[in-house]
Ligand binder design. Structure first.
Ligand code: AMP
Ligand code: MG
Length: 324
């Protein structure tokens, strides 16, 4: 049995995961940059990653009960992500690889979210909804009728501006909730009622900036409470995503939906998607909390799957899911 590690550093999280070739997660340790009022400042995030890296790796090795000698290669998140955060991770990985004589495998962070969700749920051909800080994408495997793209993912719907999590975090900052704000907004939303906000679905794509502008105006002029604002932002944005995913499933005939990414932790979002799936005779899947957000285990597993096609690719800040 091969053992390998994965290093995540695309955004606010630095993580090291240890996985074996059966897909078993032996350790998954991470530390995320947070801020009380400043949002995500790229240089501070990079500094955070440099500071915690060695400690996180040691903890991961100790949880998994392994030493460098057991590691067959190091996978790392090459992108997409924030330049300074990616460089921090890549530089750490280069040092480890040169010191310990290990091959490195650069992987796509988005594909890693999908792969860990697939192996965990034993899925073959699902429709995927990937909702994180930066990304909002509806993805399927390319159908065999599309020549020349075999084995690649197809993005059939995505955000036209900011990611869903980013929108929540930006509004959370206006509310003084700190970064990241999604979970705190979910709590506030439990006490809220619905106020209409711009519902922006354009074909298979969605747009969140209009919601943000409108709710920010309403909140700052005292026209909406924190609770109602959080509830209405959630209802509007989640319904938009649910509509697009439902259309994707209808067009492609997919009977399984897998939700991945940090916003997938939201219970209200899950229940909307669950209801939509039930109504169309499909099955809804998600991943356990510890594998839903950014972490190293998914990077390790994606590295295992792609170890023969990728190596040291430096960083790729704008690497899209459909380019892998
Ligand atoms: P990721 O980039 O995949 O780690 O996801 C991070 C994003 O998930 C951030 O924008 C968070 O605000 C968001 N998030 C985390 N928990 C929740 C939640 N319970 N509800 C909504 N968004 C959340
Ligand atoms: Mg992510």
């Amino acid at each position: 049995m091969e053992i390998f590690i994965g290093v995540e550093s695309t955004a606010h999280t630095f993580g090291v995961g240890v996985v074996d070739s059966s897909g078993r997660v032996l350790a998954n340790v991470k530390d995320s940059y947070t801020s009380a009022d400043g949002g995500m400042i790229p240089d501070k995030v990079a500094l955070h990653h440099k500071e915690v890296a060695e400690r996180i790796r040691e903890e991961a090795f100790s949880v998994a009960g392994i030493a460098w000698g057991d590691v067959s290669f190091i996978a790392y998140s090459a992108g997409p992500g924030l330049d300074p955060a990616l460089w921090a991770g890549y530089n750490i990985v280069k040092v480890w690889s040169e010191k310990e004589g290990k091959k490195i495998v650069g992987v796509n962070h988005c594909c890693a979210h999908l792969s860990i969700g697939k192996v965990w749920n034993k899925l073959e051909d699902a429709c995927y909804l990937y909702v994180s800080g930066v990304n909002t994408q509806v993805i399927v495997e390319t159908p065999p009728t599309v020549a020349g793209r075999e084995g690649k993912y197809l993005i059939i719907g995505e955000t036209l501006d900011i990611g869903l999590g980013n929108m929540l975090d930006k509004f959370g900052r206006v509310l003084g909730l700190g970064f990241p704000a999604g979970a705190a907004m979910e709590k506030l939303a439990l006490q809220g009622k619905y106020v209409e906000l711009p519902y922006a679905v354009k074909g298979m794509d969605v747009s969140f900036s209009g919601i943000l502008t409108k709710v920010e105006q309403m909140y700052k002029s005292g026209k909406i409470s924190k609770e109602d604002a959080c509830f209405s932002v959630q209802e509007t944005a989640f319904a938009m995503c649910t509509e697009v995913v439902e259309r994707a499933m209808a067009h492609t005939g997919k009977k399984e939906l897998l939700l991945v990414g940090g916003v997938g932790a939201n219970m209200r979002f899950c229940s909307m998607l669950q209801t939509m799936c039930e109504e169309r005779g499909a099955k809804f899947f998600k991943v356990p909390m510890d594998l839903a957000g950014d972490q190293g285990a998914m990077i390790a597993w994606e590295g295992f799957l792609r170890r023969d096609s990728y190596g040291d690719v430096s960083i790729k800040p704008h690497w899209r899911t459909d380019e892998v």
